[in-house]
Write a protein that binds this ligand. Sequence first.
Ligand SMILES: NC(=O)c1ccc[n+]([C@@H]2O[C@H](COP(=O)([O-])OP(=O)(O)OC[C@H]3O[C@@H](n4cnc5c(N)ncnc54)[C@H](O)[C@@H]3O)[C@@H](O)[C@H]2O)c1
Ligand SMILES: [Zn+2]
Length: 495
Amino acid sequence: MSARPDVLVGFMGAGKTTVGTELAALKGVDFLDVDREIERRTSRSIPDLFADGEEAFRELEESVLSELITSGTAGVIAPGGGALTRPGTRRLLAERARVLWLDAPSEILWARVEADGGAKSRPLAVNHHRFSDLQHQREGLYETAADAIIDAAAPPTVAAIACRDSGIVRAGALDRLAELVGGRRAFSVIDAPVADRVPELGERIVLPGGEQVKSMETVEQLWRAFAAAELERADVIVAVGGGAVTDVAGFAAATFRRGLPWISCPTTLVGQVDAGIGGKTGVDVAAKNDVGSFHPPLAVLSDPMLLGTLPHREWAAGFTEALKSGLLAGDSLWELVRKWPSTRGEDQAQATLIRRSAALKNRVVAADPKEAGERAILNLGHTIGHGIEHAAAGRYLHGEAIAIGLVAALSLSVSEAGLSPAVAAEVVALLTRQGLPTVAEGVSVEVVLDAMRSDKKRSAGRTKFVLLEAPGRAVWGVDLDDAVVEAAVTDACCR
Ligand SMILES: NC(=O)c1ccc[n+]([C@@H]2O[C@H](COP(=O)([O-])OP(=O)(O)OC[C@H]3O[C@@H](n4cnc5c(N)ncnc54)[C@H](O)[C@@H]3O)[C@@H](O)[C@H]2O)c1
Ligand SMILES: [Zn+2]
């Protein structure tokens, strides 16, 4: 919905052209590859132009890119992997584009480049060693320029959907709201703690936030406010807040006049790494999240600086979900969470933690939007975790209960899926370092098992386990013997 074009950046082999072409088709806009455009205009090949000197080439590249962006010719543009080395290009993209960084581990990119002719078609692809050195040098540039990270190890179609749906994670992200809303009328639904940090966009309603707001009473309150404002499908709901507010506001948007578009602006760590992404909306009626719908937002805007006022306990609860994402991703996100300090870390590291967690979730949701299969992996730690959350009756935040559930799922993964015990032990240490619980105190094993049984009934007997074979390798739909599960729950409650 943005007037800005999507500019795909990333190293050689990331699939900028393939993914760019698919993304443009999804969005119904044109795609332009800057290298091909330069070749067309100069009637010379890139290696030939490069032979005249890299600096001259980059200058030419910048002027072509600038013209493509300002003329609005293409909705999706892919410059060459080195375009960001020029400060002018970086400024141009920050002001005029949405920048998506297609990233994948070096081995994957090198294999693709080799299969594609190696140095013959790419002057800088000399050997794997130099290739990965250059990739690491460039990473800082991509990282700073990127509005979002896309998992480029995924198949191109999945990566293209992830591009379309991944939002913007950066300081000041909410400043882009007015631009995204454009000529539409906006109605904002805002979580109280952030109310004074949200730009004025028209009518607004401020909610108290927290789980109790996820009720039919709130939905009715919102429907009535939307009706009083005479909102129509051409208008847009802007939801700003924790997972509870984005869930309920997204659900009200999904159902009012059979569905209004909405923009999700998560303001908690749980929201920015998980709840605000992926299009699941809902409220609690007879049980948690038992009424809801899939209603993907038009855009997700996450400003990590908003987390500054979040109590540490809430922040740590979000860290559990980021750690879960790291275990599922198994790549640089896992490396990032492994060395996380006991604090919230540096601003830049926190932004990376959010971007990479969002990349994992966007990739999984793009591959399986309605949870018919792989999306289930996002439930790692949640089967037992939900049981504990229920049995603890409000004493644990969701992320705290999931911390305990994650430890239980990893211990099951050691015995049932061959996970290295060292990984399970490391996760216990990482959670403990954040002050998170790893064992449930004062919680009855029977009540946890009961809650798990009724969860299972609600999902038509389909509740299965997600286990981890290794970081980056999750298996889902695993049936476990009752005795094994009971032992794990007993362990989680009484260790
Ligand atoms: N839709 C999904 O896919 C999905 C995924 C995971 C979780 N969820 C849902 O998300 C909810 C949990 O979300 P949550 O952890 O964000 O909790 P929350 O929404 O309850 O927010 C926690 C508290 O933080 C406050 N708050 C929000 N932003 C703040 C800020 N920047 N500074 C200070 N305080 C702030 C809120 O008012 C609230 O009191 C649950 O209801 C869960 O079911 C949904
Ligand atoms: Zn969760």
